[in-house]
Design a protein around this ligand. Structure first.
Ligand code: TMP
Length: 204
């Protein structure tokens, strides 16, 4: 089972991922948690370059960086874990590229889909949980964390409105997406995500 959690920064992805992993392990499942960009030494190095504040990075270069990290992530970690029969819970996947580089930056979605398909091959998420969150709430949560904003987090609210809208459009066009409200309680979100994963497993 390959389950992906998507949403803008501060939507609660990491909290949900941790709660979901704990709930699945309590049910006897082997779970691998991971994130993008990241998930391998190469992916982590790309993540550092990608998020570091500094001179602007061209949007096509952004799309290629995340997909280079993704190809390595799949080969080194995701496919082997799926082959061992584990549940892989991944914080962000292809939808993030479509939402950020497509809807956010304005790159052509068809071009992005073909770039992503080069990285992922036949792999697709079995279920994607989208934590929908208003950009204002996201800003508020990031400020509460107190960490300095990274390169993407420094984008304006209009950019985040476009990214949020992109995620919602992608979810509307799919039968494998479940949209949850990022302002719901941790317990409610874990329960809803768990039932989405188990419901999808029953159909696979
Ligand atoms: P986060 O996972 O800690 O939220 O940070 C990852 C950042 O990278 C976030 O701003 C979204 C961005 N990103 C893209 O722009 N495109 C992608 O394909 C991925 C995976 C992430």
């Amino acid at each position: 089972m390959f389950a992906v959690i998507e949403g803008i920064e501060g939507s609660g992805k990491s909290t949900l991922q941790a709660g979901l992993a704990e709930a699945l392990r309590a049910r006897g499942r082997n779970v691998t948690t991971t994130r993008e960009p990241g998930g391998s030494p190469l992916g982590d190095a790309i993540r550092t370059l990608f998020l570091a504040p500094g001179p602007p990075i061209d949007s096509v270069a952004e799309a290629m960086l995340v997909n280079a990290a993704r190809a390595q992530h799949i080969a080194a970690l995701i496919r082997p874990a799926l082959q061992r029969g584990e549940v892989v819970l991944c914080d962000r996947f292809v939808d993030s590229t479509l939402a950020y580089q497509g809807y956010g930056r304005g790159l052509d979605l068809r071009m992005l889909r073909s770039l992503c398909s080069l990285a992922v091959g036949t792999l697709a998420a079995d279920v994607t949980i989208l934590l929908d969150c208003e950009p204002n709430l996201s800003r508020h949560r990031l400020a509460e964390r107190g960490a300095a904003r990274d390169r993407l987090e420094s984008e304006n609210l209009d950019f985040y409105e476009r990214v949020r809208g992109g995620f919602l459009t992608i979810a509307r066009e799919s039968t494998r997406h479940v949209v949850l409200n990022g302002s719901d309680s941790r317990e409610a979100l874990v329960a809803a995500a768990l039932s989405a994963i188990e419901g999808m497993e029953a159909h696979v």
